[in-house]
Design a protein around this ligand. Structure first.
Ligand SMILES: [Zn+2]
Length: 332
């Protein structure tokens, strides 16, 4: 990217509202993070968002902000910037014209996209999938989201819903998913899935250090704690991580069969916390279940932009949609 000018990216998360000012090369020049406090209602959240955008815009050299991009956790109308449903945020987020409200409040065009698609835009433009013609990106956290890159661009599909890689069914009649299905990979391989499985085994009386490590408080068990026990050789913890990684690997194998990506990118806080045992189970399962694709040519990479992928991707998306972005940026 050789574009001049600055753009603002916003990542609307359940806990924090993250904002960043990026320059023409996608570097973060200035950032801010404020609590989302979604329980105060969308008007209050959008007020904080607008204020944050104004503050970052004021920090842009020459005040030259082109556009704003906003990643939101849920379903939206990308053409109008109206949210349809953000199920994980408290408050009422059905049919909220976030884009128009921000434009009115800040004077900048604000373009919305799903937050994990924003992560994919960021990783594709500047991170682990940089330069890929075809890529599959998974973000593993409390949920499992994803995004696909085809023909060198993020693929949005009907209504922008393409890339919901966490809702691939890997265990028919498995646990209920928040989407309504049974057996999606999400509840089997996400953070709560790992923790739930660990707690179940402690309660069943398996020999494990997990209860002890959690100080006798099962609610204190986290994916990181399971990974710590596993690293110490705790067989139960190892089994829990291998099971979750196995299910994620099945979903990755299905994705590979669908799009034959050059690179599979795995990011998100839980993927990082769950550590190498989870990763190895995922990769080995995906590779051993891929028979119709030249699996040896597919790279598996951890996400490279960390917690910044979402805000960077959102800002790049705002730039692209406002027409400032260059055709060679490869974003969109
Ligand atoms: Zn699902």
């Amino acid at each position: 990217m050789t574009e001049q000018g600055y753009d603002v990216g916003v990542d609307l998360g359940g806990t924090n509202l993250k904002l960043a000012l990026i320059d023409g090369a996608g570097r973060i020049i200035e950032r801010s993070t404020v609590p989302t406090l979604a329980q105060e209602g969308h008007e209050a959240v959008l007020g904080r968002m607008a204020e944050g955008i104004r503050q970052l815009a004021a920090a842009a050299p020459g005040g030259a902000v082109g556009a704003v991009g906003v990643g939101v956790p849920g379903v939206l109308d990308m053409a109008t910037g109206v949210t349809r449903d953000l199920p994980n945020l408290p408050g009422k987020w059905v049919d909220v014209p976030v884009g128009p409200i921000l434009r009115e409040a800040t004077g900048y065009e604000a373009h919305l996209l799903n937050d994990v698609r924003a992560f994919t835009v960021g990783e594709h433009a500047l991170g682990a999938a940089k330069g890929a013609e075809t890529a599959a990106c998974f973000a593993v956290g409390t949920g499992i989201g994803g995004g696909l890159v085809t023909h060198g661009k993020v693929h949005f599909g009907l209504g922008g819903a393409a890339g919901e890689l966490g809702h691939q069914i890997v265990l028919p009649e498995g646990p209920r998913c928040t989407c309504g299905n049974r057996g999606c990979v999400e509840p089997l391989a996400n953070g709560p899935g790992i923790v739930g499985e660990a707690v179940r085994r402690v309660l069943q009386g398996f020999t494990t250090e997990l209860g002890h490590l959690a100080g006798g408080n099962l609610a204190a068990i986290t994916p990181a704690l399971v990974a710590q026990a596993a690293a110490d050789g705790d067989e139960v913890a190892i089994e829990v991580l291998e099971r979750a990684g196995y299910f994620l690997g099945l979903a990755v194998a299905s994705t590979i069969a669908s799009v034959a990506p050059e690179v599979v990118v795995i990011g998100g806080g839980v993927a990082q916390e769950a550590g190498p045992i989870y990763w190895r189970a995922m990769e080995e399962t995906a590779r051993s279940h891929s028979h119709v694709t030249d699996i040896d040519r597919i790279a598996f990479k951890p996400a490279a932009l960390g917690y910044d992928a979402g805000v960077i991707g959102a800002a790049l998306w705002g730039r692209e949609r406002s027409g400032i972005g260059s055709r060679e940026s490869g974003v969109g």
